[in-house]
Ligand binder design. Structure first.
Ligand code: COA
Length: 156
């Protein structure tokens, strides 16, 4: 972890319109149900905090945060499959937690598929607590849906 924090090959910066093709490709590599290009573009248009992480100058991950009236929501956190397990997801999460604090949010919320062991491990080790469950929130396959676990972390 401390190695990746100092790694000069890693850069996190604001997402730009010109990044969207790469961001979309990473979505498709990482998610069974990726966001569409339209959703990603809308996130930039409405002014959400959208950040990308670059490894050796290549965009390999992104995070989207919305903040309003004291509440922050991590809407997306994604690292391309080939770049996972190198500490980049944790770095992106820490970056948006800092942004949420700067914007004076009291609490950060997020939702995750119940079966998503990797993401749940990450959130729990960053101090998020399970605060609810939304039954059948996510599509699973054409016959089934999957529950969302709601996590929260207080910034106070
Ligand atoms: C979840 C995700 C963002 C993690 O990104 P990452 O860069 O691989 O994660 P990191 O290397 O920073 O690992 C952080 C922690 O996550 C947990 N973790 C990550 N991958 C894991 C895995 N395959 N199994 C179990 N725990 C895992 C571990 O606690 C890890 O800490 P450690 O390395 O000290 O053990 C990434 O797996 C991903 O993009 N998945 C697909 C999209 C997704 O599910 N996003 C979350 C939606 S809510």
């Amino acid at each position: 972890m401390s190695a990746i924090l100092r790694d000069p090959r890693v850069e996190i910066r604001l997402m730009r319109e010109g990044d969207l093709e790469s961001v979309f490709a990473n979505e498709r590599s990482a998610y069974s149900h990726p966001w569409t290009m339209g959703i990603l573009r809308d996130c930039l248009r409405v002014g959400y905090d959208c950040q990308v992480v670059l490894l050796d100058k290549r965009i390999v991950g992104h995070v989207v945060l919305s903040v309003s009236v004291g509440e922050a929501h991590v809407l997306n956190l994604c690292v391309a499959e080939e770049a996972q397990r190198q500490g980049l997801g944790r770095r992106l999460l820490k970056r948006v937690m800092r942004l949420a604090r700067e914007k004076e949010a009291d609490t950060v919320f997020l939702e995750v598929r119940a079966s998503n062991v990797a993401a749940r491990e990450l959130y729990e080790t960053e101090g998020f607590c399970e605060v609810g469950r939304r039954r059948g929130y996510y599509p699973h396959d054409e016959h089934d849906r999957e529950d969302a676990i709601v996590y929260a972390k207080s910034l106070l």
